[in-house]
Write a protein that binds this ligand. Structure first.
Ligand code: IPE
Ligand code: IPE
Ligand code: MG
Length: 241
C-alpha cells in the first residue's frame, strides 16, 4: 500500500450514488441504456482503486426502489445489465479479493437475477480485501420499514422486550447490519440530494457532490475526493478539544 500513499485519515467506507448515465448518453445522442452500459464498465476501475486508497468498504447505488417508475424498456435493460455484469465480473472479483454483498428488497427482482446475486455472494464469501456492497431495488425508507417489520415479529414472539428497543436494536435488522456506517458519500452528476440512499447509515457521513457524470468518473477523480476527505473535521455533535 505504501507506494500509493493511502491518506492517513482516509475513509474506511465510501458509498457512491452513481448518477448521470442517462445524460451522458443523451449528450452523445445515444439511448439511455448506452449510458448505463458505460456506467457499469466504470465500476471495475473504481473497485480496483480501493485497496490503494485504503478503502475497505465500498457501497454503490445501482437501482433505487423509485427507479421502477422508468420506462419498461429501461428497467428491463438495467436488469439484463445486472445479470450480465455479475456473470462477466464474478471471476475477476473473486481473484481481486472482493467480497460482494447486495442490499435492497430482493422480492421484486426476477428470480434469475436473485440466483446470480446469491451465487456471487457465496462465491466471494471468503474474500476480505474489499467489501463491495451493491444496492439493487434499494431505498432507505423501504429498508427501515422492512427492518421494523422483522423486528416487530421478534417483539411479537416475545424475543425482544419493546422497552429495550433503541437505535442499535433496529440497526441489527437493517440490510447493512454487518457493515460499518459510511464515512463518505459521493454523488456524481451534479445533483445535490440523497435520493433515498442509506438514510439511516449516513447520519454522520461526509458528503461530496461532483459535477462529473458517472461514466466519466475515473480513478483520479475518486482519489482526489478521497484525499480531500482527510482534511475534514468530523465532530459528531461534539466540540473539538
Ligand atoms: C444513474 O443514472 C443510474 C440509475 C439510476 C440506474 P441515471 O439513469 O439516473 O442518469 P441521469 O440522472 O438520467 O442522467
Ligand atoms: C439515484 O439516482 C439512484 C441511483 C443512482 C441508482 P436517480 O437518478 O434515480 O435519482 P433522482 O431521481 O435524480 O433523485
Ligand atoms: Mg439520475
Amino acid at each position: 500500500m505504501a507506494e500509493t500513499g493511502a491518506p492517513e485519515n482516509g475513509p474506511q467506507h465510501v458509498a457512491i450514488i452513481m448518477d448521470g448515465n442517462g445524460r451522458w448518453a443523451q449528450n452523445r445522442g445515444r439511448p439511455r441504456l448506452f449510458g448505463h452500459q458505460a456506467g457499469a464498465s466504470r465500476v471495475r476501475e473504481i473497485v480496483a482503486a480501493c485497496p490503494d486508497l485504503g478503502i475497505r468498504y465500498l457501497t454503490i447505488f445501482a437501482f433505487s426502489t423509485e427507479n421502477w417508475k422508468r420506462t419498461q424498456a429501461e428497467v428491463t435493460g438495467l436488469m439484463t445489465l445486472f445479470r450480465r455484469y455479475i456473470t462477466k465480473e464474478a471471476q475477476a472479483l473473486l481473484k481481486q479479493g472482493v467480497r460482494v454483498r447486495f442490499i435492497g428488497d430482493r422480492d421484486r427482482l426476477e428470480p434469475k437475477l436473485v440466483d446470480l446475486m446469491n451465487e456471487l455472494e457465496e462465491l466471494t464469501a471468503g474474500n476480505d480485501l474489499v467489501h463491495m456492497t451493491v444496492a439493487i431495488n434499494y431505498g432507505g425508507r423501504d429498508e427501515v420499514a422492512r427492518a421494523t417489520k422483522r423486528m416487530a415479529h421478534e417483539v411479537a414472539a416475545g424475543r425482544i422486550n419493546p422497552d429495550d428497543v433503541d437505535a442499535e436494536t433496529l440497526a441489527r435488522f437493517l440490510d447493512t447490519c454487518v457493515l460499518p456506517d459510511p464515512d463518505l458519500v459521493i454523488r456524481t452528476s451534479g445533483e445535490a440530494r440523497i435520493s433515498n440512499f442509506l438514510l439511516w447509515q449516513s447520519a454522520y457521513a461526509e458528503y461530496e457532490f461532483t459535477p462529473i457524470l458517472w461514466p466519466d468518473f475515473t480513478r483520479d477523480h475518486f482519489a482526489e475526493i478521497v484525499a480531500r476527505y482527510a482534511n475534514r473535521e468530523r465532530r459528531y455533535g461534539g466540540v473539538k478539544v
